[in-house]
Write a protein that binds this ligand. Sequence first.
Ligand code: SF4
Length: 158
Amino acid sequence: MAEVFRHFQYPTPPLAVYPAETIEAYRAFIARRRASRPGEQYRIPTEEAWDAFPAHVEKRKVSIGTCARAFGSPCIHEHACVGCSLLRPDPAQRARLAEIRDNLIARNAEAETEGWLGEIEGLQVTLAGAEEKLRRLDQGHGQHTALNLGVPTMRGDR
Ligand code: SF4
């Protein structure tokens, strides 16, 4: 099955070539999914929706990465991106994120020294988010690398 998926490395993005039966199985899957969903969910987008889409994409760009919230939905985390699980950190902004992390450590230490207990919990949540994002960047997440999607099974394979 290994020869079924041949990946050609172009500058960006990588191109996967699939056999005809895989494409047919995928199309059949999509047709079944569409048949099982109410027709009104497949309405044609309005002009206003098309106009709003680029604006939404532009608003998803933040200083340390890209917000992955769903189209048309507002930020429900008060733009506290460092601690937010919806942020996809930008590898080019690693130094900025490390600076934010170091600042959070200093602020947390100051809050503990001064007894600002009301601030400590929030600072630690944000600090945990910053450290998690730095860890993801250091593990290569967010880089544009090839992703192994595995081999799909078809009905005849079972
Ligand atoms: S806090 Fe989360 S949802 Fe809000 S803008 Fe930042 S990443 Fe997006």
